[in-house]
Design a protein around this ligand. Sequence first.
Ligand SMILES: [Fe+2]
Length: 379
Amino acid sequence: MTAETILTNARIVLPDEIVEGSLLLRDGLIAAIEPGAARTGEDMGGDYIIPGLVELHTDHLEGHYAPRPKVRWNPIAAVLAHDAQVATAGITTVLDALRVGMDEDADLTSDDIRKLADAIEDSVREDRLRADHFIHLRCEVSAPDCLKAFANFETDERVRLASLMDHAPGQRQFVNLETYAYYYQRKLKLTDQDFKKFCEKRMGESARNSGPNRVFISAACHERGIVLASHDDATAGHVDEAIEQGVRVAEFPTTEEAAKASKAAGLGVLMGAPNVMRGASHSGNVSARTLAADGLLDILSSDYIPFSLIQSAFFLGDVVEGITLPQAVAMVTKNPAEAIGLADRGVIEPGRRADLVRVRLDDHVPVVRTVWRQGGRVA
Ligand SMILES: [Fe+2]
């Protein structure tokens, strides 16, 4: 028996246009797009239907597992709560970012991270989740324990993306030491003198570990078919290194120079949706709106606010001239799906997965009304 659903009277967002009409879903896939006359089916009341969002970098799972210092929640319950939040934000495919290599920002241990990964793998297997979950290993290559932590993921099949990051002070995200102090001196409650020592230690670790760890991890990822992302690239030299290591996605470039070089080399340029919404980067780096205006932005990611992803898709065109809704929607659907090689989703067209979101715009805020994954309602 085939399972069919008809969604009618919808504004369907296709890759280059918006069509009013109906969508026919069959057996978890999009079967047909029918412009014009209404059919008998579920009346969408003129709401938008967009592809289910594809999120490449959310840091949001850890907070559900460690909601307070020293508190650890049941990892399956944490995954379920996180899943519910991303699904109701219209995200049907999510790469949960898990730390590999602990820097000073980490309250968690490698064992904690392993428990979260197990809870994800187990929950996918047991069909507990609304969204389709994969793992993004965010590898702090400056950390002395980076390779040891990376080895904890040797057999995980859900690892789809790995990013190579170095958060030592004086470069990339933290060229400005004042911003670094704002993050870490306050957090770690260090005196000026101890903070100076701490910076020297971190810079030493970066100088020793980052180069060899990047080489090792990139080779291992190529062997396993894991897509690589660079992180916080600031200079053309950073981008050259990324290209040499076979990186495909440039995550959060911090300067226009790095974004331009990444784009020219054919990398997918990813920026934070919170940056789009706020009009600025939280660490004082280049604005995502500027990159969008200059044609240098391909992918948006919710980073630390899951709902920001759908918000940014409906907002970008309001603040950047020349960006259409289909183009902005592609930045949260088609482009991230393509970047990690998921050809079965991300676009509304016959044969693709029926991962869909019904959205009504209320006073510039997108209201997510219904979410379907493979034709089944999940939110
Ligand atoms: Fe960063």
